[in-house]
Design a protein around this ligand. Structure first.
Ligand code: UD1
Ligand code: MG
Length: 457
């Protein structure tokens, strides 16, 4: 096997996106397009990966840091000029260079490998990954001679009527003999409608020099999708979503309505988990087996163990144990750790809280900056008063404590093991273990009051 290098083109602004965000950073299923591309390139096993950055260089670089080398294209003069920026790094190396655009997020490692294999089999100097497109508008067209071999690629804006009718398009992914690539790039000019140095022109130059050019057509034209505007972005999103959802279903996850279920590429979900419609599972989320998630729930960067049920709720950056019941309408905010067999019910907000095994907050509570032991019952309306206007303070509620309804626990405060708090209490002093604390005005009944005020009329 020859040495393999890869160049990812990611320097463009993406004018047609009409966005402040640089094109290749637009997310598809929660991940920047260029990151999808890089991950697939890495999977295709390359010795060296170089990403060409320009617009938003620092941001793009920070997203890909540690996984790619970078070269700067200070001025965006076209795709050939972009590849030229990698010349110093690659020109003297023996082997093949794969060039991929950062705006083709659906391309797979498998297809890249097939392209490379075809390139090697054909002993070509350049091999183009092509695709059949029913509506090829915007793409470069693959022009073949009478012998069926590729002679050149013509950009949409430079194409004549016959060329425009061609439905075989350039996906923007190529495999080149490394040295031939850098020698030929020197010869590319910018004499075209856009005044740019086009990478596809390398093909015609090599062909005219008598070199072998090959083409490999993608088995799925979905992979060819190049995202230049937001219409294509939404198409990429729905194709990627379909791909992810089908993979999850094949792995044993039931999606009641895949069309309204949004799962990030990196999410891992165990078998026999059922995901109901309107659910968004984002980031690096891991969900166990036999869970029920949704409907209408949002889970981000969280870890959920087995047999847990989460309905109409939001969970962010938290860990949830097994056999937990959350919702409907609960909000688990970052840095919470909910242990096994917990119940978090309607309209309960939990923030930065350790919530022990089997404990319950079944209704209408705010529990923030707290350590809740196991077997604790937090009655309806329990509130941790965690913020004094300047600092956040810790509330500790030890094992088996019982907090009556509508209690305020003014932090910092500790409720001891097995202690009881009477409903309606405002607690600002520690409660010893096993004590009953009542901190509310004593009730006084004024007998006959109604008659007295009525006689005044
Ligand atoms: C390009 C191809 C076209 C192909 C299509 C596939 C050229 C001239 N055209 O067109 O044949 O059908 O991709 O999607 O190559 N970039 C740079 N520096 C530059 C210009 C572009 O890094 O100076 C990067 C962009 O960030 C982008 C990629 O190269 O990721 C492709 O550029 P883009 O402007 O999207 O080219 P297309 O018009 O889509
Ligand atoms: Mg493009």
């Amino acid at each position: 096997m020859s040495n393999r290098y890869a160049v990812i083109l990611a320097a463009g602004q993406g004018t047609r996106m009409k966005s402040k965000l640089y094109k290749v950073l637009h997310p598809v299923c929660g991940k920047p397009m260029v990151e999808h591309v890089l991950e697939q390139v890495k999977e295709a096993d390359m010795q060296e990966v170089i990403t060409v950055v320009g617009h938003g260089a620092e941001l793009v670089q920070s997203k890909l840091e540690g996984r790619s080398e970078f070269v700067l294209q200070a001025e965006q003069l076209g795709t050939a000029h972009a590849v030229m920026q990698a010349k110093d790094r690659l020109q003297n190396k023996d082997g093949i260079t794969l060039v991929v655009c950062g705006d083709t997020p659906l391309i797979t490692a498998e297809t890249m490998s097939s392209l490379i294999q075809h390139h090697e089999e054909q002993q070509a100097k350049a091999t183009i990954l092509t695709a059949h497109e029913e509506n090829p508008a915007g793409y470069g067209r693959i022009i073949r001679g009478e012998d069926g071999l590729v002679t050149k690629i013509v950009e949409h804006k430079d194409a004549n009527e016959t060329e425009l009718a061609v439905q075989e398009v350039n996906t923007g992914t190529y495999c080149f003999d490394n040295q031939a690539l850098f020698e030929t790039l020197e010869k590319v000019d910018n004499d075209n409608v856009q005044g740019e140095y086009y990478l596809p022109d390398v093909i015609e130059i090599l062909k005219n020099a008598g070199e072998a050019i090959a083409a490999y057509q993608t088995p799925s034209s979905d992979e060819a999708l190049g995202v230049n505007d937001r219409v294509a972005l939404s198409k990429a999103e729905s194709l990627m979503r379909k791909r992810i959802n089908e993979q999850q279903m094949r792995n044993g996850v039931t999606l009641i309505d895949p069309a309204s279920t949004y799962i990030s590429v990196d999410a891992v979900i165990g078998s026999d988990t059922v995901v109901y419609p309107g659910t968004v599972i984002e980031g690096q989320t891991v969900i166990g087996e036999e869970c029920t998630i949704g409907p209408n729930s949002e889970i981000k960067d969280s870890k959920i163990a087995d047999r847990t049920v989460i309905k109409q709720s939001v969970v962010h950056d938290s860990e949830i144990g097994s056999d937990v019941n959350i919702g409907p309408f609960a909000h688990i905010r970052p840095q919470s750790a909910i242990e096994d067999e917990v119940k978090i019910g309607n309209f309960v907000e939990i923030k930065k809280t350790q919530f022990g095994k089997g404990s319950k907050a079944s209704h209408l509570s705010y529990i923030g900056d707290a350590e809740v032991g196991s077997g604790v019952n937090l009655g309806c309306g329990s509130i941790t008063v965690n913020y004094d206007g300047q600092k956040k303070h810790l509330t500790k509620i030890e094992d088996d404590a019982f907090v009556g309804c509508n209690s305020n626990l003014i932090a910092p405060v500790t409720v001891g093991k097995g202690a009881y708090i009477a409903a309606g209490s405002t607690i600002n002093k520690d409660v010893p273990a096993a004590a009953l604390s009542i901190a509310r005005a004593r009730q006084e009944n004024k007998e006959g009051y109604a008659q007295r005020i009525n006689t005044k009329k």
